[in-house]
Ligand binder design. Sequence first.
Ligand SMILES: [Zn+2]
Length: 128
Amino acid sequence: MTKEEHIKNLKAIKKVGLCKKYLDSMNEAIKALEQQPCGDCVSRQSILEELNRLGRHAFKDDTDYDCLFDFVDRLPPVTPTRKSGLRWIERFDNEDKWLECPHCHKDSDNAYAYCPNCGAEMRGAENG
Ligand SMILES: [Zn+2]
């Protein structure tokens, strides 16, 4: 069961009507789940540190290492945005199929829970 499904279930249980003690616990559990890190968002700092740790010798040549370092450094920052209610837009062109973020309009080849470009939360197969 995904984090989003857990949250959905807990919210459904809340509607049944609980005494204050259980309602408070339920709200705490929902809050804790919502604050869990997002699997689609990673720390730029951690990636750069990992690249540094690997070092230049892990790459075929210095250019590969520098390009990768610059590439990671140039990626746009995202602010994960919850409860946006957005869904990936399916796009087709002949046999090609891809997804478009309705917020920033960048393409994605995967139905991520959060847009890798702008961080908008997506509703879909995985998160209801
Ligand atoms: Zn986006």
